[in-house]
Ligand binder design. Structure first.
Ligand code: IMP
Length: 179
C-alpha cells in the first residue's frame, strides 16, 4: 500500500504466518484432551484469531468480546468497558484469550480478572504482539508471537481510525493519531 503514514515493516507476512503456525502447534499439544474455547478480543484480534484457529488441530470453539478502553488512542487508562460480552458460559471451560497487542497490559489485566470470576477450568492468554518495556502490570502471557519495540503499529487486524486492518503485515504508523 502506498501510504505516506506507513513506516518501516515491523513483522513481515511470511514471519507472521510461520509464527502463527508454531503457536498453533504448541497450543495443539498443550490442549490435547481439553480443547480450548478461544475468546477473541474484537476488533484487533480477528485476523490473528482466524489464522491461529486454523493452525490448531483440535475441536476448538469460538467466542468474541468487544471492549473499549477509556483514554486516548495511544494511551489506555486501565478503565475498560465491555461493548459486547461473551455468548458462552465459561464455567468449567479451558479458556484461551486471543489478543492482538499488549501495550500497558491494563486491558488484559481487566479482562483476565473479569473472565476468571466466571469459573473457567483454566484461563491463559495468547498475544500476537507485546510491546517491550511498557507493561504497567505483569501481563502473565502463556503464548507470545513477537516482542516488538514500543512504537505504534498497524496491519494484520490493528488499526488507526479503523484503517489498515487488512494489511497482511505489521508496519510502524507514522501519521497523526486521533482520539
Ligand atoms: P493496553 O491496555 O495498553 O495493553 O492496550 C491494549 C489495546 O490498545 C490493544 O488491544 C489495542 O486495541 C490497542 N493498541 C495498543 N497499541 C497499539 C498499536 O500499536 N496499534 C494499534 N492498536 C494498539
Amino acid at each position: 500500500m502506498n501510504d505516506p503514514h506507513l513506516g518501516a515493516l515491523v513483522v513481515g507476512a511470511e514471519d507472521l504466518q510461520q509464527r502463527v503456525g508454531e503457536l498453533g502447534k504448541e497450543i495443539t499439544s498443550d490442549y490435547t484432551n481439553r480443547p480450548p474455547l478461544l475468546v477473541g478480543v474484537l476488533k484487533g484480534a480477528f485476523m490473528f484469531m482466524s489464522d491461529l484457529s486454523r493452525a490448531i488441530d483440535l475441536p476448538v470453539e469460538f467466542d468474541f468480546m468487544a471492549v473499549s478502553s477509556y483514554g486516548s488512542a495511544t494511551r489506555t487508562s486501565g478503565v475498560v468497558r465491555i461493548l459486547k460480552d461473551l455468548d458462552i458460559d465459561l464455567t468449567g471451560r479451558h479458556v484461551l484469550i486471543v489478543e492482538d497487542i499488549v501495550d500497558s497490559g491494563l486491558t488484559l489485566a481487566y479482562l483476565r480478572k473479569n473472565l476468571a470470576a466466571r469459573g473457567p477450568a483454566s484461563l491463559e492468554v495468547c498475544a500476537l504482539l507485546v510491546k517491550e518495556g511498557l507493561q504497567k502490570v505483569d501481563p502473565d502471557l502463556r503464548y507470545v508471537g513477537f516482542r516488538i519495540a514500543p512504537d505504534f503499529v498497524v496491519g494484520y487486524g490493528l488499526d488507526v481510525g479503523e484503517r489498515y486492518r487488512n494489511l497482511p503485515a505489521i508496519y510502524q504508523y507514522t501519521g497523526p493519531l486521533f482520539g
